[in-house]
Ligand binder design. Structure first.
Ligand SMILES: [Zn+2]
Length: 63
């Protein structure tokens, strides 16, 4: 998928954005593995990955 990339800081996945809507980070990578969709930011999985915004998160990103 063109334009799909993950935030290097919080792993939030965006499409064609210059700034991460979750943490404000401006560096992204297209090299990431897996995706987790966080629906409830208060859920256990969201807490575990530090999700602060509903959406897709990468499981692992290359730094
Ligand atoms: Zn981020």
């Amino acid at each position: 998928m063109a334009g799909t990339k993950a935030c290097k800081n919080c792993k939030y996945i965006v499409e064609n954005l210059k700034e991460c809507p979750a943490c404000g980070e401006k560096e992204f990578t297209e090299k990431f593995n897996g995706q987790i969709y966080v629906l409830d930011i208060n859920s256990e999985i969201a807490q575990k990955i530090g999700a602060r915004l509903q959406g897709n998160y990468a499981v692992r990103v290359k730094r």
